[in-house]
Design a protein around this ligand. Structure first.
Ligand SMILES: Cc1cc2nc3c(=O)[nH]c(=O)nc-3n(C[C@H](O)[C@H](O)[C@H](O)COP(=O)(O)OP(=O)(O)OC[C@H]3O[C@@H](n4cnc5c(N)ncnc54)[C@H](O)[C@@H]3O)c2cc1C
Length: 432
């Protein structure tokens, strides 16, 4: 089958293998020379790609739930959408939610995902009380912060390279409502945006849309979106309307003129709308899920998300320099999202560190690659790093210089014989 990540770049021919039990998976691992797990395929680049992939989506049973504590135990192919459908009406919410609910719990842990609350709540691994991981030999090992902590730290954020996560014990968070109180704050430029982000540091959820095409005095103008769980409204909210992008659009549909127009209209419309409003959990956390297959908007060649984080001290200067370089290059991006991150954790390859993360979605085009190479150097110079789950093109050297525990991860993989069994296009390119 033809397989790709969410960015539809790169694409490869892969043979898929499925499993529904630990025994079936062990038999597969014994038979396959090397492979990688593929969850819902929402990583953007090549992290879940290999000529042989193990699909986890049929390994999707809820195994246990304690209604007193909110601890759920599930198989790794369960999606966040499944958890929301079952547990939100009972007053429980996954503690960390990414920008789409169509990800598996296994994929979320393997990327150690963060959400709009990272500045206060950290990554999903903070709420993982235990994992069962199948190693290359077929042996199943339990790990947590207390039990086999090195396996836990390597697996959370380990991009499927430490084995197959079989089950996850996840602490859900109490909620009184399926609604959110949302506030929108238009900011005229980057300095104002960063200042408002800091001012509002106490908000439970915080994310900013940035007009990455704006230049000069308007450089970095954007819209800060803040959210708090609503105190009421009930635990069931109507499902929002969804649309689907039925075909890939011609690549020229997204050009610098259509993007600039979209950004201007979005900024003006949002600025004119009510400053505070009640919205559903779904539309607050997953606005992009309303347009199914929106990745087809970028045309046949696909797109790439360039997602990096800069330390807080580098914040305004670093972001300003990078945004100016992007705006001058004239190749997009279509979407730009800024988040305030809290402190880094001690997992080997987790992405966030205390500072600002910026995610830029670019259509694939020849002039993009030199631009991104130049941005890599700027990110490194400011002491930042890139998010592996979004990546399809970084060099091994860039990752070596920005992930301080990368060599430890590598040695560890070597020692357990994992490099012979679990590989992806990403791990080969980054020499992990
Ligand atoms: C619209 C959109 C918005 C997003 N927003 C955010 C965000 O706000 N924050 C954020 O952190 N991420 C975000 N992401 C990225 C997404 O959360 C991660 O890429 C996540 O890992 C995808 O899960 P998946 O099930 O699709 O995994 P896949 O894409 O299939 O795989 C991702 C990685 O996890 C590994 N993996 C999957 N299942 C297992 C398993 N059972 N055992 C071991 N390894 C496994 C794979 O080998 C691969 O390395 C977003 C993605 C999209 C498309």
């Amino acid at each position: 089958m033809r397989l790709c990540g969410w960015g539809r770049y790169p694409q490869i021919e892969a043979s898929p293998h499925t499993f529904e039990s630990g025994e079936e998976l062990a038999a597969l691992l014994a038979r396959l020379p090397d492979c990688i797990v593929h969850g819902a395929g929402r990583s953007y680049g090549d992290a879940a790609l290999n000529p042989r992939v193990i699909l986890s989506r049929r390994f999707d049973r809820l195994l246990d739930f304690d209604p007193q504590t909110g601890l759920v135990v599930c198989e790794s192919g369960v999606s966040l959408k499944d958890l929301l459908e079952v547990f939100l009406p009972r007053g429980w919410l996954p503690p960390v939610l990414p920008g789409t609910k169509y990800v598996t719990v296994g994929g979320a842990v393997a990327s150690d995902i963060h959400g709009k609350n990272h500045h206060l709540a950290g990554c999903i691994s903070e709420y993982v009380r235990g994992l069962e991981v199948m190693l290359a030999s077929g042996e199943v090992v339990r790990c947590s912060r207390e039990e086999n902590p090195a396996l836990f730290q390597a697996t959370c954020g380990g991009m499927g390279l430490t084995g197959v996560i079989l089950t996850v014990s996840l602490q859900l968070q109490r909620t009184a409502s399926a609604y959110m109180q949302e506030r929108l704050i238009p900011c005229a430029n980057l300095a104002e945006l960063v200042w408002r982000v800091e001012e509002e540091h106490g908000a439970a959820y915080s994310v900013a849309w940035v007009d990455a095409l704006a230049k000069g005095a308007f450089l970095g103008r954007g819209l800060l979106i803040l959210g708090e769980p609503a105190p009421g409204g009930g635990l069931r909210a109507p499902a929002g309307k969804t649309w689907s992008c039925p075909v890939e659009l011609p690549g020229f549909t997204l050009n610098r003129y259509s993007l600039a127009l979209f950004n201007r209209l979005y900024y003006l419309k949002a600025g004119a709308s009510a400053a505070a409003r009640l919205t559903t959990v779904d539309s607050f956390f997953f606005p992009l899920d309303r347009l199914r297959h929106w990745n087809r908007l970028y045309g046949r060649r696909g797109f790439m998300q360039y997602h990096f984080v800069l330390p807080q001290a580098a914040g305004l200067a670093g972001l300003g320099e990078i945004l100016a370089r992007v705006a001058a290059a004239g190749c997009g991006p279509f979407l730009a999202v800024l988040k305030r991150c809290g402190p880094a954790n001690d997992n080997f390859l987790s992405f966030p560190l205390a500072g600002y993360s910026l995610a830029l979605d670019f259509k694939i085009q020849p002039q993009l690659f030199p631009l991104l190479s130049a941005l890599d150097s700027m990110v490194l110079a400011y002491g930042g790093r890139h998010y592996l789950t979004k990546d399809a093109r970084l060099s091994a050297e860039v990752v070596r210089r920005s992930y301080p525990r990368r060599d430890e991860f590598l040695q560890w993989r070597e020692r357990l014989g994992l490099r012979r069994k679990f590989n992806s296009l990403l791990s080969r390119r980054l020499e992990l």
